[in-house]
Design a binder for this molecule. Sequence first.
Ligand SMILES: Nc1ncnc2c1ncn2[C@@H]1O[C@H](COP(=O)(O)OP(=O)(O)OP(=O)(O)O)[C@@H](O)[C@H]1O
Ligand SMILES: [Mg+2]
Length: 774
Amino acid sequence: MEKYLKVLNEAQKAPVLHKDGALMVIAGAGSGKTRVLTYRIAYLMDQGVDAFNILALTFTNKAAREMKKRIAKIVGSSEAKNLWMGTFHSVFAKLLRFEADKLGYPSNFTIYDTQDSQRLIASIIKEMGLDKDIYKYKQVQNRISSYKNSLITVKAYFNNPDLVEADAMAKRPRTGEIYKNYVDRCFKAGAMDFDDLLLKTNELLTRFPEVLMKYQNRFKYILVDEYQDTNHSQYLIVKALSDRFQNICVVGDDAQSIYSFRGANIDNILNFQKDYENVAMYRLEQNYRSTRNIVNAANSIIAKNTKQLEKVVWTANDDGSMIKLHRSTTDAEEGRFVAESIFEHRMQEQLLNGSFAVLYRTNSQSRSIEDGLRKRDIPYRIYGGLSFYQRKEIKDVLSYLRLVLNPKDEEALKRIINFPARGIGQSTMDKLLVAANHYGRSIFEVMENLDKIDLKINSGTRRKLEDFVMMIKSFQITNETYDAFAIAEHVSKKTGLLLEFKKDGTPEGIAKMENIEELLNGMKDFVEGQKEIADAMGNLGEFMEDVALATDLDKDTADEDRVALMTVHMAKGLEFPYVYIVGMEEDLFPSAMSMNTRSELEEERRLFYVALTRAEKQAYLTYTQSRYRWGKLVDAEPSRFLEEIDEQYVENLTPVDNYRYKSFINADIFGDVDKSKLRQVKPQSSTPPTSYTPNENQLRKLRKLKPELATPVGNTNEVDPNLAEGSLVNHSRFGRGTVLKIEGMGNDKKAEIKFDKGDVKKLLLRFAKLEILS
Ligand SMILES: Nc1ncnc2c1ncn2[C@@H]1O[C@H](COP(=O)(O)OP(=O)(O)OP(=O)(O)O)[C@@H](O)[C@H]1O
Ligand SMILES: [Mg+2]
C-alpha cells in the first residue's frame, strides 16, 4: 500500500482506490469527503493517469488551490500544475476561452460581474423608456439569471406562452424584450455574464458534437465536491462530459444542501444511481473535525428533518466542552460578548485570530459584531458583501485593464471614459450609444470610425475621443510584452488615476490610493504565484480571469491573522477551532422569508447544521432580545432551532430568571415575556463611522509606498510652520477656508478646516495642497 494513503481510514481508502466507473460518496460533515477527493486524484495520477485527463470541480477556488498543493506534495508540483481544477465557473470560463469563436465570441471575452449586468439592464430599461419603478433592474436581472440557469434562452422564452404570460400577469410584459436586448448587448460587447459561463458551455457541448467528443476524451476522470449543491445547468455539463467514460466520482452530503434558492437541485444526488450504470456507493461515518458534543448536537438537529438519506456520523474525538448559549439584550451587546469571548480564549489558550469565525445568516448582521471587535482591537476580515474588487477605485483600474483586453467591453468603457475627467460628457456618450445600437457595433468601434460616421460631435470632443482610443491602443501594445503587474502599474499612472486620488488630499482619497497600491501588490504576488503553481506567465488575461471569478473567500490571506466573519452559506466546507453562530432568533435564523413551506424550513435547518459542523473545538450560539433591523429596534425571540438541540449538549451562560431559558428549551413560553421592558432598552449608537482616518498600520504602509506612488503632487512634504488655528487658507479643490484645529505630529499632522462652501474636512497636511492666505 502506498505510504501516502496511511492518512486515510479504511472507509476512506475504498473510494480512493476504486477502479473505473461511477462512484458516489454520501457522508456527513467532517467525515473526510474532500480529503477522499483529494487523495483519489493523487492516487489516479500515481497510478499513471495523466493529469491532463482529470477534471475536478470544487465549491471555491481556494479549495481547489489547497487540494492542488496537497496533491503536488504527493505527485510532484510539475505534474499537479496540469490538473484542471476549480469552480464550475472558473473551469468552464477557461474552456470557453478556447472555444469561444465557435459561438461568435472573441477568446478574450469579458466576464461581466453582477454589478455590470445590473448596470446594463438599468440602462436598457431607461433606453426603452420603461418605468423603473415597475421594471426594477435588480428584479429583472434576477429573472434573467434564473432563465439562464434553467437553460431558457431568449428564443425558448418567446416560444413558451406560459413564461410570456407570467411576466404579463406580473405587469411586466416587456421583460422578454429586455432579456433579448440584454443578450444582444452583451454579445456585442464581447461579454458573458456569470450565468452565461454555464449556459454557453451547455450550448457549446450540445451544438458541436466534435467539441463534446474532444472534451469527453480529454476529461477521462471527473470529480465533483459538494455535489448536493449543483444546479441543473451544472448537472447537464457534468453528465455530458462524463457520458463516454463514466468515470465520475461525486461526493456530497444531502444534509448540507443549502443553495436551492439559487436553483441547486438535490435530485441530482438522489438520481445519480439512475443516471449512471453500476454506481458504487460509499459511506463515511467517522467525523474527524469536531468534538463529540458538537457532532452529537448536530445530529440531534438534523434528525428533525423528514427528507434525508439515512446516515450515521460519530467521532472518536473527545467530548470537548458543551455548546455555549448566550443571551444578550441588544445586538450591540451581542457584538461585545463575542469580542470579549474571543479576546479571552485568545489570551488563555494563546491562539491566533484565525482560529475564530463568526457566522451569521445575513450580511447586515456583521455591523454589530464589527463594532465589538473594533473596540477590542481584534483584527477581522469580512468575507462576502462588497468584495475588494468591487470597490469603486479598484473597479476603475480594472475597467481600464478590461478595455486593454477587450475594447468592446461596454460597461468598462462607460465607467472610465470620463474618469479621470477628460471632457467627454454624457451627451457625447448618448450619441455614441445611439450610433453603436444603430450599426450593431460596440461603442469603441464607433469611436474608432468617427471619420466615417456623421455624428454631431464637435472637433474638440472628437479629438478627445481619438486620444482616448490611442491611449487604449498604446496600452494594448505595452501589454504584449509585460506581465499583469507591470501593465497595471503603467496604466494606473498613465491614465492619471493614482494622481486623481492623491491630489484631493483627504484621508478617503488616500485610502483609495492605498487600495490601488494593494491591488498592485496583489498582482505582483499573482504573477509570481502563476509561475510557481500553474504553468503560466502571469499575464493580464490570466489575472483578469482570476479576478472576474474571485469570490472573497479566494483571496489568500494566510499572512494576515484575522478573525473570519461570514455568512453560513460562505462557510460551507470550511472549519475553525472556535465558531460563534450569532443571531439565533426567529425570523432571522430561520429566516422570515423561509418559513412558508416545510421544505424551506428544512433548508434553514440544514443551514444550521452546516454552521454548527464548522466548529472543531467549541461552538457558541448567541441570540438577543432586541435587535436593530431595517433601522428600527425590534423585539426578537429565540430561534426554534435552539429548542431542537438535545439539551444535554448545551450549557446556558445566561440562565437569569427574568428570562426563563429552561422553560423555553422545553416549551412554548415565548408569549409570556414582558416585551414592554425590552422596548425600553436603550440601544447603542448603531451608525458606522462616516469618515475614514487611516490608522497607524495604514500610515506605516503609506510611508513604505514606492516613492513614485507615495510622493504627493507638488512640494508638500514640508508642512508650513505658520499654519495655525484661525489661519485662512486656500485649497486647490475645496477653495477658501478657516483652520479650526490642528492635530497630530510630523507626517500625521492634520488640520480640520471649515471651507467657505460649508464643508468641514480633516486633511492630512503633507498631502493637502494648502496655500496660507493669512
Ligand atoms: N483519516 C483521517 N485522519 C485524520 N484526519 C482526517 C481524516 N479524514 C479527514 N480528516 C480531517 O478531518 C477534517 C474534515 O475533513 P474534510 O474537510 O475532508 O471533511 P468533509 O466531509 O469534506 O467535510 P464537509 O462536509 O464539511 O465538507 C479535515 O481537517 C481533515 O483533514
Ligand atoms: Mg468538504
